[in-house]
Design a protein around this ligand. Structure first.
Ligand code: KG4
Ligand code: ZN
Length: 382
């Protein structure tokens, strides 16, 4: 079965093609992405209208490019999968309308995909078509269940227990900023370019992570996250460093910091943010007897995070190739493959709506599992 996945929830226009076989193997045939990132840099964050306009311009060429790389025509595609939420309304609309149109014209089954689930599905791509062999480094094996997934990006920070590919439990999530968003905001305060994650990681490499001790939030649910206090702590520390009090405007701080102070702040923030992620992954993996850990989303591109996880856990930690961690169509196609395998019904292409606020809720397949149901009581009692 060959599946075309379409992703337009934020600022990446993505189309990917995967092929799946009865034994669950998922082979990547193509992954084309065009990002409008450059157009958002001047604003320090994604501007929804610019992102949506860019999707309109790029969606057809990106799909054509993916089909060409995969050496398939739309006629030879067996199903379409599309992100219908969560994300920016105008952006989601472009992908969903495109997918509905293709499904209707070519009479293909259409699967609706939750973007956050798709990030985890990327870790299940375990084979490459020969043409792509030099472009991706894939995990040696597919993750084993039960698994703990950390999905960390500019829009989401969630910790999820998967009993199998279609039964999962949301253990915790951020109560305020997503972790990637905190990297982006801190970068802006200390004068590093957007997106903040990679520029903070680069600056942190020459900084002292112990120079400025920063707080890690404690929350009632031990699997929830909070990053806005940490971001404010960086702001207060930076104000102090430049000899000012809390009333000093954040946009005037960066120019007064030396390179060393900037690197030390970057390193101190990075270690505090990553330690918070890793501590919760470790606690959940231990409590739920996970056999593997999956880390995905844009923040999973952080080598510092990957290293810290490997050091702290004795389980296999599986991260997709970096280009499959950030938003892309292949992960959506992979999620479509998992949905098809677990016999989920396709949706009606005439009526599929966008779901900008789609949540990752408790989700157990019909008839499934004593295990997760008992965990649910556990979670609900927090
Ligand atoms: O998944 P993604 O491409 O888009 C969203 O769905 O948000 O994630 C982008 C986010 C940005 O906030 C970026 O700063 C963060 O991922 N990021 C990183 C790193 N590389 C990207 N955060 C920390 N360390 C990195 N190396
Ligand atoms: Zn994402």
């Amino acid at each position: 079965m060959k599946i075309l996945g379409i992703e337009t929830s934020c600022d990446e226009t993505g189309a990917g093609v995967v092929e799946t076989t009865g034994n669950g193997k998922i082979t990547l045939l193509a992954n084309s992405v065009v990002s409008s990132l450059d157009q958002h840099i001047a604003y320090g964050g994604v501007v929804p209208e610019i992102a949506a306009r860019s999707h309109i311009e790029h969606i057809n060429p990106v799909i054509q490019s993916a089909l060409k790389t995969a050496k398939v025509s739309l006629k030879e595609i067996d199903a379409i999968a599309v992100t219908h939420g969560p994300g920016l309304g105008g952006s989601l609309l472009v992908g969903v309308i495109t997918a509905r149109t293709i499904a209707l014209i070519h009479k293909k089954p259409l699967y609706k995909v939750n973007h956050v689930e798709a990030h985890v599905s990327a870790a299940f791509i375990n084979s490459l078509s020969p043409g792509l062999a030099n472009d991706y480094s894939l995990p040696a094996s597919q993750p084993q269940f039960p698994l703990i997934a950390l999905i960390a990006s500019g829009g989401h920070t969630q910790l999820v227990l998967f009993e199998n590919s279609s039964s999962y439990l949301l253990l915790g999530q951020t109560q305020d900023d997503a972790v990637g968003e905190a990297f982006d905001k801190v970068a802006r305060i200390i004068g590093l370019p957007y997106p903040g994650g990679p520029s903070i990681e680069r600056a942190a490499a020459s900084g002292d992570p112990t120079k400025y001790p920063l707080p890690i939030a404690r929350l009632e649910n031990p699997y929830d996250f909070s990053f806005s206090g940490l971001k404010t702590a960086v702001l207060r520390t930076a104000q102090q460093i430049v000899g000012k009090d809390y009333t000093f405007p954040s946009h005037q701080i960066a120019e007064r910091l030396s390179d060393t102070q900037r690197s030390d702040l970057a390193a101190s923030f990075q270690v505090a943010a990553l330690k918070a992620l890793v501590a919760k992954v470790k606690a959940a993996a231990t409590h739920y007897h996970a056999t593997s850990v999956v880390v995905s989303g844009g923040v999973a591109a952080s080598l510092a995070l990957r290293n810290l996880l490997q050091q702290s856990l004795s389980l296999p930690v599986i991260s997709p190739d970096i280009s499959l961690c950030t938003d892309n169509g292949a992960m959506v196609a992979a999620n479509g493959a998992l949905l098809a395998h677990s016999n989920q019904a396709p949706v009606d292409p005439l009526t599929l709506e966008i779901a900008p606020n789609l949540k990752m809720q408790f989700h157990v397949k019909e008839g499934a599992t004593a295990g997760l149901r008992s965990y649910r009581g556990d979670i609900m009692s927090f």
